[in-house]
Design a protein around this ligand. Structure first.
Ligand SMILES: O=C1O[C@H](COP(=O)(O)O)[C@@H](O)[C@H](O)[C@H]1O
Length: 259
């Protein structure tokens, strides 16, 4: 195992459906453990194909009824700057998949402002940073996420940190406006790498043959500027949850059979 991937785990399931069920079950285990003694859990969600699939599997899991959702706060690693009821919004997708089906207080749901909120893109990014700062720690002006979910694009992007763009190198802000995104919609708000990587656990969830190359490069220690997924790293654990199609370029010795 190369040094660059030593602390990264790869968990493989045969299909996207099986993967979503597994991630959902593990997520519920983590949230239950974190909130057991009344501690708050901050969770960063992702949009994209598997973001929704995992949350639907959480909603369908009977163990969701065992969680005190009033202790759980939801954030997003990135958001598309579109109207509030636009189906492209990551927050709307997450609400439809999970948040509308669990008793989580509305004040625990921390959405970035939408394009019809009255704020422009810069103001919306600044407002999101200010909201993060309300829940900051002694170490940084943002909450420490117990779990940070990330999708990965075929180009290796995570959140709205795209390859070879300035945003991926920024370390002096918590949230940034993104313009001219290579993937539509063009305007977005993203958390920065220091925020994502201050998470206790970073879980990257990706499926499909079109992600195999990005996954292979991320695990091979590619530069995070050209493959942003390569730079995602949780303080305690970094896990790539993938299906067999995405895992086709992963060396078998990197696959964790025990996790
Ligand atoms: O645009 C985005 O894309 C990624 C990945 O999406 P997928 O559909 O290829 O899985 C997602 O992680 C990110 O949050 C989102 O805004």
């Amino acid at each position: 195992m190369s040094e660059s991937s030593a602390e990264k785990r790869v968990v493989v399931e045969a299909t996207p459906t099986a993967l979503a069920l597994r991630v959902a079950d593990r997520f519920l285990t983590r949230v239950k453990a974190r909130t057991r003694n009344g501690r708050v859990a901050h969770i960063a969600l992702t949009g994209g194909s598997m973001g929704g699939a995992v949350l639907r599997a959480v909603a369908d899991n009977p163990r969701a009824a065992d969680i005190d959702w009033s202790l759980v706060h939801f954030w997003w690693g990135d958001e598309r700057f579109v109207p509030r009821d636009d189906s492209d919004r990551n927050a709307l997708q997450s609400r439809n998949a999970l948040l509308d089906h669990i008793p989580v207080p509305e004040e625990n749901i921390h959405e970035a402002a939408a394009s019809d909120s009255g704020l422009n893109l810069d103001e919306a990014a600044a407002a999101y940073a200010a909201e993060l700062a309300r829940f900051g720690t002694d170490d940084h002006p943002w909450p420490s996420f117990a779990v940070c979910f990330l999708g990965v694009g075929p180009d290796g992007h995570i959140a709205s940190l795209f390859p070879d763009r300035e945003e991926v190198t920024v370390t002096d802000a918590a949230a940034l406006p993104v313009r001219d995104s290579p993937k539509p919609p063009p305007e977005r708000i993203t958390l920065t790498r220091p925020v994502l990587n201050s998470s206790k656990r970073v879980w990257l969830v990706l499926t499909g043959a079109d992600k195999a190359s990005a996954l292979g490069l991320a695990l091979a220690g590619a530069s995070y500027t050209s493959v942003p997924a390569a730079g995602a790293k949780g303080r305690k654990r970094t896990v790539y949850f993938v299906d067999e199609a995405a895992a086709s370029e992963v060396s078998p010795d990197l696959i964790d059979q025990t996790y």
